[in-house]
Design a protein around this ligand. Structure first.
Ligand code: COA
Length: 118
């Protein structure tokens, strides 16, 4: 099951969250920002003991559906160059690598990825 959480308090007024849960336990989540007509994926995480079961794909598929419903132009995100697992996951969902951001993570470059929605 996936539930949507809109964080009305906190540092990011655009911040929202999707949680994948089973029997009351949160097994994975996506933090994202819905900023008018754009969406930013801030983080996706799945409990280590439950990876490779498709939870990440369920969360990302749900996020894309929310993006379509919200009529956003695109979804963007940054990912570490070394994070091949996440880069593969995003590519499966139609994200393209559009720019290299040097030292985005301080110790490592980031890749800006984008999925066109509208
Ligand atoms: C990235 C992450 C969310 C994926 O979650 P998951 O539930 O394990 O992913 P899924 O089981 O839905 O797998 C989705 C796809 O990810 C990729 N993937 C998952 N595990 C992989 C692995 N060990 N090696 C290569 N690709 C892998 C594959 O493309 C996979 O699709 P496939 O099974 O059809 O090949 C999870 O690994 C995680 O929490 N990582 C730590 C946090 C992180 O790096 N987040 C990204 C920050 S930008």
């Amino acid at each position: 099951m996936i539930r949507e959480i809109i964080e009305l308090e906190g540092p990011n007024p655009y911040g929202r969250r999707l949680e994948f849960y089973e029997e009351g336990k949160v097994l994975g989540y996506i933090n994202y920002s819905l900023i008018y007509d754009r969406m930013e994926l801030d983080n996706i995480y799945v409990d280590e003991s439950r990876r490779k079961e498709g939870i990440g794909k369920k969360l990302l598929g749900y996020l894309v559906a929310v993006a379509i419903d919200s009529h956003v132009i695109n979804i963007t995100l940054e990912v570490r160059v070394s994070n091949e697992i996440a880069r593969n996951l995003y590519k499966q969902f139609g994200f393209r690598e559009v720019a290299l951001r040097r030292f985005y993570y301080g110790d490592e470059d980031g890749i800006l990825m984008e999925k066109q929605v509208m």
